[in-house]
Every structure is written in structure tokens, then in C-alpha cells.
Design a protein around this ligand. Structure first.
Ligand code: B16
Ligand code: MG
Length: 216
């Protein structure tokens, strides 16, 4: 039985995936790295800031100390947070507000499960903050996706068993995390066709059908 939906943030609720990409591109350029592509950026989805940095640094032979890596991640985050300045309700992906209202009308709870430590800021700026019954994010966790921790914390905050939760994700790491946490999952966008997902859809418009397939 579906009692809760846990939404990933970046790439599922909001268009911040492009802003992450631009900020990493800027850092790569500053480091003289030329081969950082969209495909590399897709591997950064859902994983932590420091793991995302490793995806950039694997493109160079230069070696960095842990301290230098932390400084580089902070530098990227400063650029990213600045780019969130202009974020508004208009950056929420099409159909999100309507879909949340729909599941709530069915008595299903809604939560966020995101790796991002910037989750509270993003939810506030996009007017999504008061739409969720619980928020679990990078500020709550010690392990990142594909570890299920972020989704299990969301389920715990909701007081709902993992088996009754459906995760909506755009990353392979997030889909694997849902599976390892004993939850069902719907893969969207960049994660479409992920073999670990229970249902796969191209865009949010198809979520109603996906929920039906999961027994809503
Ligand atoms: P931050 P999600 C993830 O968000 C992003 O997909 C991933 O690319 C990023 O590295 C991670 O958040 C950490 O974000 O640097 O803002 O703490 O997809 O789990 O909502
Ligand atoms: Mg995501």
C-alpha cells in the first residue's frame, strides 16, 4: 500500500540540476580541466558534494590534499548558492504543485529526500517549503545515496514504514538507495529506464499513471 511519496529535490522538484552543472563547469575551467561533460554531470546526480568533486578531479592528473579538496568543494558551493539567488516558484518543474496536491487529496503524505545541504534554502525560495510533511536532506545524513539513509530518515520522520513509501528519483544512486531501503521507486528524466526502478517515466506528467501501477 502506498502511504507516502518521497521526492528527490534536484532534478525532480526543481531545475537546480543545471545550476549544479554550471557551477562544476566553472570550477573545472578554473582548474584547467577541459573534458568535464554532461555525461559526467549525470554521474554527479544524487551523490554528495565531495563525491561530485571527485567526478571532476578524475579528469586531471593533479593531486589535491583533503584540505584543498574541501576548499574546492566550498568554492563550487559558493558559486552554486549565488546562482540560487534568482530561484523562484518558476523554477519548480511543471506539474509538481499539482501532483503534490493530488497525492494529498488521496491521503498520501509527501516528503523530500535529497542529498543537498542547500535543501531548506531551495524549498524556501521556490515556495515548496510548506508543501511537505517531512524533509530529510544532506544536513541530516552521514552517508550518501546509494545508501538508503536519507530516505529511511524521511520515512521515520513521517512515521511510515519503508515498505509503504514510493521514492521518485532522477539518479541511479537514488533508485538504488530506494531499493536498498525496501521502498518502491519511480525513475524520471535522467534515470529513465533504470533497471532497479519499479516504474520508469520520461517526465512528471506520467506520474499519475506510475502511481496507479504501484497500486494507488
Ligand atoms: P549540495 P538531490 C543532490 O541533490 C544533487 O543531485 C547532487 O548533484 C549534489 O552533489 C548533491 O545534491 C549535494 O548538493 O552541494 O547542494 O549539498 O538530487 O539528492 O536532490
Ligand atoms: Mg536528483
Amino acid at each position: 500500500m502506498v502511504k507516502a511519496v518521497i521526492f528527490d529535490l534536484d532534478g525532480v522538484l526543481v531545475t537546480t540540476d543545471e545550476l549544479h552543472f554550471k557551477a562544476w563547469q566553472k570550477l573545472a575551467a578554473e582548474l584547467g580541466i577541459t573534458g568535464f561533460t554532461k555525461e559526467d554531470n549525470i554521474r554527479q546526480r544524487g551523490v554528495s558534494r565531495m563525491e561530485s568533486l571527485e567526478v571532476v578531479l578524475e579528469k586531471t592528473d593533479r593531486k589535491f590534499t583533503e584540505e584543498e579538496k574541501l576548499a574546492l568543494a566550498e568554492k563550487k558551493n559558493d558559486v552554486y548558492v549565488k546562482s540560487l539567488g534568482g530561484l523562484s516558484r518558476a523554477d519548480v518543474l511543471p506539474g509538481v504543485f499539482e501532483f503534490i496536491a493530488y497525492i494529498k487529496s488521496k491521503g498520501i503524505k509527501a516528503a523530500v529526500g535529497s542529498a543537498s545541504k542547500n535543501t531548506p534554502l531551495i524549498l524556501e525560495k521556490t515556495e515548496l517549503a510548506d508543501k511537505f510533511d517531512a524533509v530529510s536532506c544532506g544536513l541530516d545524513t552521514t552517508r550518501s545515496k546509494p545508501d538508503p539513509e536519507v530516505f529511511l530518515i524521511a520515512a521515520e520522520k513521517l512515521g511510515i514504514s519503508p515498505a509503504d513509501c514510493v521514492v521518485i528519483e532522477d539518479s541511479a544512486a537514488g533508485i538504488e538507495a530506494a531499493k536498498r531501503g525496501g521502498m518502491k521507486s519511480i525513475a524520471v528524466g535522467a534515470a529513465e529506464h533504470d533497471k532497479n526502478a519499479d516504474v520508469s517515466v520520461e517526465s512528471l506528467g506520467s506520474l499519475y499513471k506510475a502511481m496507479e501501477m504501484l497500486g494507488l
